[in-house]
Design a protein around this ligand. Sequence first.
Ligand SMILES: *Cc1c(COP(=O)(O)O)cnc(C)c1O
Length: 426
Amino acid sequence: MPVTTPAAPAAVPPSDTALPQDFGALARQDPEIAGILQEEVLRQSSTLQLIAAENFSSPAVFAALGSPLANKYAEGYPGARHHGGCEQADEAERVAVRRAMSLFGAEHANVQPHSGSSAVLAAYAALLRPGDTVLAMGLPYGGHLTHGAPGNFSGRWFDFTGYGVDPDSGLIDYAQVRALARARRPKAIVCGSISYPRHPDYETFRDIADEVGAYLIADAAHPMGLIAGGAAPSPVPYADVVCATTHKVLRGPRGGMILCGAELAERLDRAVFPFTQGGAQMHTVAAKAVAFGEAATPAFALYAHQVVAHARVLAAGLEAEGFEITTGGTDTHIVVADPGPLGVDGRTARERLVAAGMVLDTCALPYGDARGIRLGTAAVTTQGMDESDMARIAALFGAAVRDGADAERLRAEVRQLTERNPPYPG
Ligand SMILES: *Cc1c(COP(=O)(O)O)cnc(C)c1O
């Protein structure tokens, strides 16, 4: 299929989000659920969303998500469906696929995976047999559940070995990756993580995979939006298969996608449908197309670069507050910080921060058993915050974690920040 430039919609400036829905009609029919949704809007509007995987999708994305395409059954692929009446569904999927291929320079795109995990499941299904050996980032270092967790299909059906990071630098130890690859002869090597704040060295991963005859799967769920905006290197030229989410920094609907070369296209498509999924969620596919269109604009490239710049300001500010920053900083939207020097571990730090209106995750640290905190700048950047706001947030972090008692005053300060840059204006 030729790679064509998508007809991109008008740029969506970072702060141009609006309340996605008028809950009036819903409130009349079902006040119980409408009340919950309204409370959630209030929660998102009055606290800081610093969970690295979260973002605010545009009203255009929500419009597609809430459209009647949600009612359409469309098993199969455009031009080869198991249901009638798929003309519009086919067109929507063709547009989404074309835009994804163009945006990421890929020979093939599958936009049907229901989630990032579904995308990874399909990639494994296409390339591996149960019992095969896989090398991926170890869970204590930021590997995702789908990278061999015992409670996940990946850990149950495949034989995973985890690589780690250098305990001093926090950086991936490529000599260790190569040694493990030589010793284990994996069928596939997975690069990508939930909390590694630096770019994987895709070229070195490719070299190691080639040396041992393994497939290289890049799980780029987190940085895919940065890649779209030119703010992070792309794994597409190096990996056999790239799995991603369309939410997170990419700012689209919740969902997954897979990119690969033409020679694996048919295997990947069959691994998604019919092997691991039934009917595609066509409203989500349409919303993915909208998000790819937005991500192709200069405004989104600016956004992606701002997200990284903001994470760097936040990392430097947290370091000044006494946090230890793993890898000494960040190249992405993710900052991983150890609050240990402030006398608490990640769980207590998160409790105090959430109480003060700053919502984020704990995460594993590359050394020892104590947990750290992981935060991301995708959502606060979408709502229009700037570098001075990031410096302010870092100061609030210090105050919250050091003396967690003053949560009320901090909440008021957080509200000042969110009122100046509301995620849902109006
Ligand atoms: C988020 C993420 C996933 C899973 O995405 P879901 O949509 O939550 O299933 C998989 N791999 C990595 C590296 C991720 O960050």
